[in-house]
Design a protein around this ligand. Structure first.
Ligand code: UN1
Length: 507
């Protein structure tokens, strides 16, 4: 308590502060502002958002394009120092960041702390990548009399389009990678969470990154479409739904412009397989964390639990016990495990899904919600039994867990069904059998495979994160190949013999 109380007091002092988000380049024309409300209490505002006007989007891209060669020429070391300075400033503004994560995105304090940690980790990791990859040319082998070298450079203006579920970490991560590689960035955060993004951009400018180099663009999908249809955009890094990624891909392809780089991190239909050798207490802890932490609003979250039928009754009973003990409510309350979902649309989509499943008559457990949750976007944590992962047609982004029983001999079919969803993001396995682990590891087409632990919370550098198939293009965020996708390669070959020409070939 001695450590926690001053923090809680400082957060309480920020409780009524109002924030504003608008584009970095402001034309002076009057645009409409919209209120941003707390997901857990729609009667309370956190601030306002003013969407970018078409002329502001065009001007932002023009400025980013004009300054890009200079930013690229700065070199890896100087860009690294600026990104590290931004990381320090993020840490120095812990209170504001935690407060905004809680009020704008409805995060619990634990999730808010993890979010800030991940954002800072991304900044420092990509700063390291700027140093590793962009400081000096890479010498290449060649015959005597010939000098070959390869340099990496920025591609141009990158657009980053980021989601509300990691409004700071996944806003800043792709942008930092693009900046590290020598690109300039126009960044459009989700329309639900522009305030924390605006603070992040402001802190980057304070760190010394020029305004034209890293620009905020506010707005919803229509503003995103203005950006991705612009022929001056050299690449897009997008995190969000598979459907939006497909639409962006079409928009980029339809331009009369150079072929763009497209990096997409999208949805999942993530499963966990539990066999009869698994440890029940561990399974219970990891299932509950994977399915219900962050109110299930992680693309890594567990959606479908496969339990071997011999142990299913006991395992489900234990999981249900822990599920009944979850505290659902106001994320400002330290005791809360499950907060709200992001907005009324998300809430309605989840309720429709549960209602459809109820009609199909399978066992459903739902938690009761306390009356005070009625003022926010709360969805009661739910567990639903069903026959196969293939009964689900889409990702259900919230605190809803589906359970399927399987026979030990059907493990290969379970893995085939998981692959047949077309998604390939996270997969969990609880088993003490080495051959089962090897089998699943070899056959499952997923990006991140977690064994005997939970399947959320990938850590920068230790667990580079990202999927395949409908889950995204790769490469993995926070891994050694990510920044390379934001760069172009240039090879220089110099004949260093006195005679020049083809002397080395003729010799
Ligand atoms: C997402 O929800 O978009 O592994 C990604 C995790 C996080 C990434 C989630 N580091 O849960």
């Amino acid at each position: 308590p001695t450590v926690r109380e001053p923090l809680l007091e400082r957060l309480a002092a920020l409780e009524s502060r109002q924030w504003h988000a608008e584009p970095t380049f402001v034309s002076g024309a009057e645009g409409e502002t919209a209120p941003i409300t707390k997901p857990h209490d729609l009667t309370q505002t956190v601030g306002t958002r003013r969407d970018a006007l078409p002329e502001e989007v065009a001007e932002a891209i023009a400025r980013a394009e004009a300054i890009q060669p200079g930013w690229d020429a700065l070199g890896g070391e100087k860009r690294a120092l600026l990104l590290e300075e931004a990381a320090d400033l993020f840490e120095a503004h812990t209170d504001e960041i935690l407060s905004l994560c809680q009020r704008e995105a409805g995060k619990t304090l634990v999730d808010a702390v993890l979010e800030l940690r991940e954002a800072v980790d991304f900044l420092r990791y990509y700063a390291g990548e700027a140093r590793r990859l962009f400081n000096a040319p890479i010498p290449l082998p060649g015959p005597t009399g010939e000098e070959n070298r390869l340099t990496l450079a920025g591609r141009g203006v990158f657009a980053t389009i980021s989601p509300w579920n990691f409004p700071l970490a996944i806003f800043i991560g792709p942008a930092a990678a693009a900046l590290a590689a020598g690109n300039t960035v126009v960044a459009k955060p989700a329309e639900q969470t522009p305030l924390i993004a605006a603070l992040a951009v402001k802190l980057c400018h304070q760190a010394g990154i020029p305004e034209d180099v890293f620009q905020l663009i506010t707005g919803a999908g229509d503003v995103g479409a203005m950006i991705t249809s612009d022929p001056r955009i050299a690449g897009v890094a997008f995190t969000g739904s598979t459907q939006t990624a497909q639409a962006i891909n079409r928009s980029l392809a339809a331009r009369d412009a150079p072929i763009a780089t497209f990096i997409a991190e999208t949805g999942g239909q993530n499963a966990m397989i539990v066999d009869s050798t698994a440890l029940p207490e561990q399974v219970t802890r990891d299932v509950v964390a994977s399915a219900f932490q962050s109110a299930g609003q992680r693309c890594s979250a567990l959606r479908v639990l496969y339990v071997q039928e011999d142990v299913a009754d006991g395992m489900i009973e234990m999981i249900r016990g822990a599920f009944e003990a979850l505290s659902v409510g106001d994320p400002d309350d330290l005791a809360t495990d499950v907060g709200p979902v992001i907005d009324p649309d998300a809430q309605a989509a989840l309720e429709r899904h549960v209602a459809r499943r109820e009609q199909s008559g399978r066992t459903i457990w739902r938690r009761d919600l306390a009356p005070e949750t009625a003022k926010g976007c709360f969805v009661a944590p739910t567990i639903i039994e069903m026959d196969s992962i293939l009964d689900l047609k889409r990702e259900n982004f919230g605190p809803v867990l589906h359970v399927v029983r399987f026979k030990a001999a059907d493990l290969p079919q379970v893995v085939r069904d998981i692959n047949a969803t077309g998604y390939g993001l996270t997969l969990g396995l609880h088993s003490r059998l080495e051959e089962t682990r090897e089998y699943v590891e070899r056959h499952a087409r997923v990006g991140n495979f977690y064994v005997n632990r939970n399947q959320i919370g990938a850590v920068v550098e230790s667990q580079p994160f990202g999927g395949e198939g409908l889950s995204g293009t790769g490469p993995k965020a926070g891994g050694p190949h990510y920044v390379l996708r934001f760069a172009t390669e240039r090879v220089v070959c110099i004949d260093t013999t006195a005679a020049g020409g083809n002397a080395t070939l003729l010799a």
